[in-house]
Design a protein around this ligand. Structure first.
Ligand code: KG4
Ligand code: ZN
Length: 374
């Protein structure tokens, strides 16, 4: 069992419901949420407030770390107050405070983590430092109780990984990207198509009006025996084609081709992972999480692949695919339930792999990510 660095198991196991305030500031969303977790694994979101900084960064075509950190400082107070008000609770009703401690843009991570420490000290509450990716990993449990184990595709702006999730904080990475994350490919190609940031949702909208059959885009790693991903070839080829597009029809057709190519690669690698996973587990559940899981073509392609392999399919409610604090509160509550709490001097971590063992033993894949949060 991997508790992860900086956790102690000195707290006692909880037997009743736990109410946890979660804080998320690792990229360009300032978010706070109150979640209640009962011992049978039912999570109730009492409030979830997300302040997006998209407007602050739009002019730069991506997230500017200094602007992000400053905006988190300005917003966090009000966002937390709203989350507490909407939950209708006072601080005395909380059992713990969970804050994202990494990975992410460290200036922003420090804002949320410091705020969490201040609340923990002022109210004498346990602090739980949460790995942002563990938040995504449990996000499907915000919709319905989900039993461990499950096979997870975590696909966001900074990450693209397949993980065998056996329990709280107990995961093995089966594959990861050797260059870019899928969300980053969506964002960069969208930028080349003249769409705004974040590019994924804009590209999905444009693709709905196109037909990509005439474009032959690179099919990186399709059919390979491992579960790794690669999106840089597609990103470069599609960006070149985007600059050569002359009409709105060209752009819409290319957007459709890109979306299909990304969904196809995600599905091909997940198919591999399902076959490997099925040899080890009888309970076959495939979960997709992270911002790219909001894409309808990605969801339906993966759902079909899961069905073909005899896996049940689950994705988080749309609101919990992209960054939010409810998933951080829930990940914190699951740790608190086990009595795993953090020291008050726990540090913010710009890098923090979910499966530290794989990151150590497979140096070629060490970061496993690129992009704004790398
Ligand atoms: O999980 P997330 O909010 O942040 C990270 O942890 O990275 O994911 C953001 C990423 C962005 O790259 C965004 O373009 C992508 O998720 N995304 C989408 C869609 N909605 C968000 N990509 C494709 N289609 C969407 N509908
Ligand atoms: Zn995220």
């Amino acid at each position: 069992m991997n508790l992860g660095a900086d956790y102690s198991s000195e707290g006692s196991r909880a037997t009743g419901p736990l109410t946890v305030l979660g804080l998320e500031t690792s990229c360009d969303e300032t978010a706070a949420s109150v979640v209640r977790l009962t011992p049978d694994g039912t999570a109730t979101v009492l409030s979830s407030v997300v302040h997006s900084q998209i407007d602050d960064h739009a002019a730069y075509g991506g997230v500017v770390p200094e602007i992000a950190a400053r905006s988190h400082v300005e917003m966090i107070d009000g966002v937390v107050r709203r989350a507490m008000d909407e939950a209708g609770l006072g601080y005395e009703a909380l059992d713990g405070v969970a804050a994202t401690a990494g990975p992410g843009l460290v200036g922003g991570v420090m804002v949320g983590l410091s705020f969490g420490k201040a609340v923990a000290l002022a109210r004498d509450l346990p602090l739980i430092a949460v790995n942002h990716l563990e938040g995504h990993a449990v996000s499907a449990r915000l919709g319905e109780p989900v039993a461990y184990p499950f096979l997870l595709l975590l696909v966001s702006g900074g990450h693209c990984q397949l993980l065998e999730v056996r329990g709280v904080g107990d995961m093995t990475r089966l594959g990861t990207t050797i260059d870019d994350a899928a969300g980053e490919a969506f964002d960069k190609i969208a930028k080349a198509l003249g769409l705004g940031y974040p590019g994924g949702p804009a590209l999905e909208k444009l693709a709905a009006t196109g037909d990509g059959a005439r474009f032959d885009l690179p099919r990186s790693l399709l059919g390979r025996k491992d579960c790794d991903f690669s999106f840089s070839g597609l990103k470069t080829a599609a960006s070149r084609l985007a600059h050569a597009c002359e009409t709105d029809r060209d752009r819409a057709d290319l957007a459709d081709a890109v979306q299909t190519a990304i969904a196809r690669q995600l599905s091909d690698r997940s198919d591999r992972a399902m076959k490997a996973y099925a040899g080890r587990h009888d309970h076959r559940l495939f979960v997709v999480a992270g911002g790219v899981a909001a894409n309808r073509t990605v969801r339906s392609t993966l759902e079909a692949t899961a069905a073909k392999n005899g896996f049940a399919f689950l994705a988080p409610p749309m609101a919990y695919c992209t960054d939010n604090a409810a998933m951080i509160a829930l990940a914190g509550a699951e740790r608190l339930q086990k009595g795993w709490v953090s020291d008050i001097d726990v540090a913010a971590r710009p890098r923090w792999p979910l499966d530290e063992q794989s990151a150590r033993t497979d140096p070629t894949h060490k970061p496993g990510r690129k992009g704004a949060k790398a």
